[in-house]
Design a protein around this ligand. Structure first.
Ligand code: AMP
Length: 587
């Protein structure tokens, strides 16, 4: 691996990037820098954001500037105002020690007169959105005759936004002898046309495999009836109390509707779409950047301007038409070595699309089972308890009030105080899920398969003295007899006699000693594996009816029981449910 110095980067830039913490070049920088420092090199780079591409072109572009010449020598085109400002900001940081170097961001929505004034004074680098640049070109206020480097950043996005004609018009005006670099996360036909027309024997650089999805992202889909989509969304966000994510919708109308509903239901959410004014959009984006907003409901186009990509979750409220959009959306999570989750809430008709996207990103989607009300309440409760443990107490400021507070609560035991504290926050969740019906997950083919499989199994009777259970994990989840036995042993303390095990693709059956049956079912239903709730229920008997009791969350009563179970777990073994959970994750 080469250093920045070995790649040819000069001292003033080296000093600036060192201060920014760039120690070694990222792969895209290693490839692109030498080419752009040279002459007449055309490059197509397939790289997603977050790969270090801004510095890859920014450093050589800045180094190639002749400051004596007061004309634009580098042109960077990008799709949105926000990206434009971000790139200009990054270039300013890199050129901190290049006195007198002028970079001008040029974008719609800001005063064109002041941009013209600055251009007249002389700038070296223009970072522009195509529409505004065309405006300036038509007014003959920008001169592209001395351009030595042209960069098309997020070229696929520019084309998606309808800038094809503008880009053609701009490229026709830059001198033929220059370096041209095109960055894109995908390579649709239209890009190929542009590269063919304006590039000469371009070098193609691929950072990561073409169209590859990020390795750190789990892709999950939930297939539900259209009427259940919003309820499914609520369950998902409730199951992740610390979610920081974007919910992508297909239309502005849907975006606004979903955001309104979420806000009404008490979520920390807001919307971002093209019908909002620029000021409103800026306000929402800033709130989201600062994490004062947990859930942003957005259209693809509006979210493009948002430079936030360290999300915990990306939620697709319906799949986008273009696979590229799916890659873009999902690429906003799972960054910098962290794991992210991309969740698609979709309709049965989108099944083919799920398969198609999976093929292109070389990933298999996990079929999700929506968390039960019971599991969500447990997750929320423990999150609340966690917050109570970790909250910063301003001792000095509350010290004077403490005696009267303590006097007022004197009559309550510690346990009562805790219960009340929890109830303050938690009752809303509990009330909602106490009587909420579980949401059906639909999947025609597997439903048929399930029916068939379950039908087959009807001919199997449990051994004498044993009870047969259904569990929602199968071979596809890496569940094999040993894993299942270990799972049962981990969930259920004490010795459990396990009988026949019958593994299927997406679920399984197992038998346990009748005397232990009730306990096994209750214990196992209080656990999850890697965020997926375990669901154990009595297998159907010959008549297709479930024997035994109905396994549904019944509100406060169940809670108490599980709460105390958890409590005793913790007391005896600390975080003793963790290891097996880990072990299962690694499967
Ligand atoms: P980009 O793909 O240009 O948006 O860059 C992604 C992130 O990586 C930005 O926060 C950059 O500041 C950072 N970055 C770029 N190059 C390097 C480097 N060589 N070393 C460390 N961080 C870098």
């Amino acid at each position: 691996m080469k250093t920045f110095e070995e790649l040819g980067i000069a001292a003033p830039l080296l000093q600036a990037i060192r201060e920014m913490g760039y120690e070694v070049p990222m792969p895209v920088q290693e490839e692109v820098i030498p080419l752009l420092l040279g002459n007449d090199n055309d490059v197509i780079a397939l790289a997603q954001t977050g790969t270090g591409k801004t510095a890859a072109y920014g450093l050589p572009v800045l180094q190639n500037i002749n400051q004596q010449q007061q004309q634009p020598q580098a042109l960077i085109l990008c799709p949105t105002r926000e990206l434009c400002l971000q790139i200009a900001g990054d270039l300013n940081d890199y050129s901190k020690y290049m006195d007198g170097l002028k970079i001008l961001p040029v974008y719609g929505g800001s005063s064109i007169d002041s941009q013209i004034k600055t251009l007249k004074k002389g700038v070296h680098v223009v970072v522009a959105t195509p529409g505004r640049l065309i405006d300036l070109m038509e007014r003959k206020t920008v001169n592209l005759n001395d351009i030595k480097n042209v960069i098309l950043d997020e070229a696929d996005e520019m084309l998606n936004m309808g800038f094809t004609d503008s880009i053609n018009a701009i490229l026709a005006q830059v001198p033929p002898a220059r370096n041209m670099l095109l960055f894109s996360a995908t390579m649709p036909q239209e890009i190929a046309r542009i590269t063919k027309k304006y590039m000469r024997e371009p070098r193609e650089i691929v950072i990561g495999r073409k169209n590859e999805g990020n390795e750190n992202i789990r892709h999950i889909y939930y297939m539900v009836h259209a009427k259940d989509k919003y309820l499914a969304l609520k369950r998902i966000v409730d199951f992740y109390p610390n979610v920081y994510g974007i919910i992508f919708c297909r239309t502005r109308k849907e975006t606004q509707e979903i955001a309104d509903k979420l806000i009404q239901d008490g979520y920390n959410a807001d919307s971002l779409h093209g019908e909002l004014s620029q000021m409103q959009r800026d306000y929402v984006m800033q709130k989201f950047r600062l994490r004062n907003l947990q859930l942003l409901v957005a259209t693809d186009v509006a979210a493009r301007g948002l430079d936030v990509d360290d999300l915990t979750h990306v939620i697709h409220y319906g799949l986008p038409d273009e696979t590229e959009s799916y890659t873009h959306r999902s690429g906003r999570t799972g960054r910098a070595g962290k794991t992210g989750i991309s969740i698609a809430i979709c309709h049965i008709r989108e099944k083919g699309k799920i398969r198609e996207i999976g093929k292109i990103i070389s990933k298999t989607f996990e079929k999700g089972t929506l968390p039960t009300g019971k599991a969500i309440c447990e997750k929320q409760l423990f999150n609340l308890v966690d917050q109570i443990e970790k909250v910063k107490v301003n001792e000095a400021e509350i010290a004077s009030l403490m005696p009267s507070v303590l006097r007022k609560l004197e009559w309550l035991e510690k346990e009562d105080i805790i219960k009340r504290l929890i109830s303050l926050e938690f009752n809303r969740m509990l009330d909602y899920y106490r009587d909420a019906d579980e949401i059906a997950i639909v999947d025609e083919s597997s439903r048929q398969e399930d029916r068939k499989e379950r039908g087959n199994h009807r001919s199997f009777k449990a051994e004498d003295g044993y009870k047969r259970f259904f569990i929602n994990f199968g071979k596809n989840d890496g569940m094999f007899p040993n894993q299942l036995i270990e799972l049962i042993n981990r969930c259920v303390p004490g010795k459990v006699q396990i009988g026949k095990i019958d593994l299927r693709e997406s679920f399984s059956f197992f038998e346990v000693d009748k005397k232990e049956a009730q306990r096994v079912m209750e214990r196992m239903n209080s656990y999850e594996v890697d965020g997926r709730v375990i669901s154990v229920e009595p297998a159907q008997d010959k008549n297709g009816e479930k024997s035994g009791e109905k396994n549904r969350f019944n509100g406060g009563g169940t809670w108490k029981k599980r709460d105390s179970e958890r409590g005793s777990n913790r007391r005896s073994g600390g975080k003793n449910d963790k290891p097996w959970r880990k072990r299962m994750e690694r499967r």
